[in-house]
Design a protein around this ligand. Sequence first.
Ligand code: TRP
Length: 403
Amino acid sequence: MDAHNGQDQEVNPWEVKGDANGKIDYEKLQKKFGCSRLTQDLVARIEKLTGRPAHLLLRRGVFYAHRDLEELLNAYEKGEPFYLYTGRGPSSEALHLGHLIPFQFTKWLQDAFNVPLVIQITDDEKRLWRNLSADEAYRLGKENVKDIIACGFDPEKTFIFSDYDYMGGMFYRNIIEISAAVTMSTRKAIFGFSFDSNIGQMSFPAVQAAPCFPTSFPHMFGTRKAIRCLIPCAIDQDPYFRMTRDVAPKLGYIKPALIESSFFPALQGEGGKMSASDPNSAIFVTDTAPQIKKKINKFAFSGGGADADEQREKGANLDVDVSWKYLQFFLDDDEELKKIGEQYGSGSMMTGKVKARLIEVLQKLVAQHQEYRAKVTADVVERFTSPRKMDNLFAGLKLVGES
Ligand code: TRP
């Protein structure tokens, strides 16, 4: 227990709780989990390998931790292929901006490395942990898939699956192989244990682990076991993949690599929690332009002075200012961002102006998302979700040193 605040942070796939002030100590988390820090050197390496400027979430350290990313890049440089794996637990109808972040980043990775991608919809997980019926979890998953597709993934290289639908075949075989290789004491050491948990919760980690193994997708990778896997995710998912990395060599697979992000703050600030049941806690991809404006103006926690005089005199506390934080996630222009930070932090810019800029950025982003989502018809969904034979997934991989 932390002596100075009386409450330890608790982060696992099902609960994220900060210290007494709601703060998460990300460095402590990364060390406790045993992941490595994603350095700017590694970011530069990604830029060199892909020939593209790094995504803003990499440049600004939102994706800040990793496992075996260096090994994966070394292999890629030598011409060894990999695929991406990410997912979503469908617990709400509409996604908020925080949900969008890993998918936006994954889309960038898919384009930059030109690699295949699998996206797992864990409708089963949400049935086991939330007060949701199977029908409702399944339905929410189907709705969420449309928002995910709207992020712009390549239909030729992307397979999105619901656990309820896809269970069976090699996927299920791998789940059972993983289940057979993990004891209850390992389960307890990684995730904790309570006799009040249901037995589905005990074995579910094997379901989230199995997509790390390429043989779970014979229509994409055939029977090849030696294809690497890179998982972009928020750091609360790390325990699932720590377990997977333990069992991978025993089952003849390469350990999956990870690239892990910090969390996106609620409008009320880092101590707040974005929740679908509190519409004022977050910006949702279904929000209208006036709703976005109102929410930012009314609810985005301000680190600015109490009035214009105080702001001019003292400047804003950027550490707690939510509008400033959101701009880091969504304003791509480094120069402009830097200028806003300097002026707002020193007091020559007022909160209202920062909020106005953020409102502009988010209205544009959400409108674009809505436009793309409207184009996601049943046919489009079918293209992404049917387990079809996918050929040439690694063709056209342009690797350094090749002409
Ligand atoms: N458990 C995740 C959630 O609740 C969903 C998920 C499944 C996932 N597989 C993943 C997230 C892989 C990141 C990477 O949202």
